[in-house]
Design a protein around this ligand. Structure first.
Ligand code: FAD
Length: 432
């Protein structure tokens, strides 16, 4: 650590030591004050942050790693659609942070990172204290842009759930789905790119349709109002829907007027360019940006997402801040949990090198997105990515690809098993 950093650290230490009125975080803060190694702070303990914090500790236990997360447990968006379909219990997608605290020696602080000062290299907690860092990793996920669709704000989301942050919203959707009457209309509003998990609206329609099939409600219709003209794995979804859910799911593309322009939760009306629809259940997925703390830290661009250089996932705007997961705009990589986990491991290796004054090695990234369409029937898209010479992350041409069309059911059933295996092993990797 440089002398300048040492001075800055000393000042910031005094700042947070005067704020120790925050009783819950006091023991952790005194550990923080005593740290001897380089200090890394990670904000957000989801797919990106939890993985990154754990890998830094695994690579170099001498680095002092502090993980700031506002929630006491983590509920995954992956497989939340399967909860709606009745293929998973809600409890099976809720995970404890206990092992990260007790086994890996990470200082886990349950608080909100309220402000980042990229010049002074400090993070201020919602409860008051200010913590200095040598390197900061932001993985705060997404912010939902309220009122980007006129009428859709936080209050409206309690009537027309988004279900795009798993937890109470998932349970609300599940309750509304169970209560729906036969012959009613469900509307799903899918946003334009970029957004969290491109295939998830279509997997959600499939899982809702499966639930209705199992409940004997064969006359309910699901209409997907889409701002886009095409979506990932489109031919695979469009081939499977008539087979498993004949006449149930209708997709209205952007050029057919699918873009939703307003909602009215009082009358349960969803208005798109194609017309107005009265829905019994309206699942509105609004446009999104990087999580608020990334915006506050000054690492987001005007479009709301954070540009990074690919070798260390370091912000192009503010040195010393790395952005991973949904909040970053990593060239060709989609916003998925798999991608966030892959970025997290590369970022951990790079940061562990940088704080010891070593050069990071060249990263290779991977993504696989599984989508479940019916029980024992899943499809996927797989890609490998590398840092391109123009400073973005690019697909390695010819790597991976989408599941083929027209294969025997045993192929889809194997992909369904791979999806379960991916989920279980990733949860173990993040939280075990
Ligand atoms: P998150 O996992 O959202 O983690 C962010 C964390 O930061 C949260 O725990 C939050 O509480 C915390 N946080 C935010 N701001 C602060 C702050 N200021 N202070 C303290 N804490 C803060 N991906 C897949 O790979 N496979 C799938 O099958 C899949 N299915 C999906 C299905 C649905 C319905 C949806 C919506 C998404 C799905 N995804 C899937 C995408 C996946 O959920 C995201 O890409 C992934 O969660 C991104 O990880 P992250 O670390 O960027 O953000």
């Amino acid at each position: 650590m440089t002398k300048k950093n040492g001075l800055r650290t000393g000042l910031a230490r005094r700042t947070f030591l005067t704020a120790l009125g925050a009783v819950g975080v006091m023991p952790l803060l005194s550990t923080y004050a005593k740290a001897s190694g380089p200090r890394v702070i990670v904000v957000g303990a989801g797919f990106g942050g939890a993985t990154c914090a754990k890998y830094i500790k695994m690579l170099d236990p001498g680095i002092d790693v502090t993980l700031i997360e506002r929630s006491d447990s983590y509920t995954t968006c992956p497989f939340s659609n399967l909860v709606l379909g009745g293929l998973r219990s809600f409890d099976s997608i809720v995970h404890s942070y206990q092992a990260l605290k007790s086994h890996w020696g990470i200082n886990l602080i349950h608080d909100t990172a309220a402000a980042v000062d990229g010049q002074a290299r400090t993070v201020t907690l919602g409860s008051g204290p200010t913590l200095p860092y040598d390197r900061l990793i932001l993985s705060p996920g997404i912010e939902l842009l309220w009122n980007a669709i006129p009428g859709y704000d936080e209050a409206a989301a309690e009537i027309m759930p988004h279900g795009w942050k798993a937890g109470p919203q998932t349970l609300l959707l599940q309750k509304q789905l169970a209560a729906i009457e036969d012959g009613a209309l469900i509307v799903i509003a899918a946003p334009d790119n970029p957004y969290r998990c491109p295939p998830a609206p279509y997997e959600r329609a499939s899982m809702m349709a499966h639930h209705l099939k199992m409940s004997g409600k064969s006359r309910v219709k699901i209409m997907i109002l889409d701002a886009k003209d095409k979506f990932t794995k489109q031919d695979l979804f469009l081939q499977a829907w008539p087979r498993f859910y004949p006449g149930v799911i209708e997709w209205v593309s952007g050029s057919q007027g699918g873009e939703v322009t307003a909602v009215d939760p009082k009358s349960m009306t969803v208005t798109a360019k194609a017309g107005s629809f009265k829905a019994a259940l309206a699942n509105i997925v609004p446009p999104q940006s990087a999580g608020q703390i990334a915006i506050q830290a000054g690492v987001a661009k005007i479009d709301g997402w954070c540009e990074i250089e690919p070798w260390a996932m370091e912000s192009k705007n503010v040195p010393g801040i790395h952005v991973i997961g949904d909040a970053c705009m990593p060239g060709a990589m989609p916003k998925s949990g798999f991608a966030a986990n892959s970025q997290a491991k590369n970022c951990a290796a790079a940061v562990a090198a940088l704080v010891r004054n070593r050069k990071p090695t060249e990263p290779v990234f991977m993504n696989t997105c599984y989508s479940t369409i019916a029980p024992n029937y899943a499809v996927s898209v797989v890609e490998v990515f590398r840092a391109a010479t123009n400073g973005v992350i690019a697909v390695v041409m010819g790597s991976g690809g989408q599941s083929p069309m027209n294969v025997p059911d045993s192929f889809r059933s194997a992909e369904y098993d791979y999806a379960q295996g991916w989920y279980d092993s990733t949860m173990q990797e993040m939280f075990g």
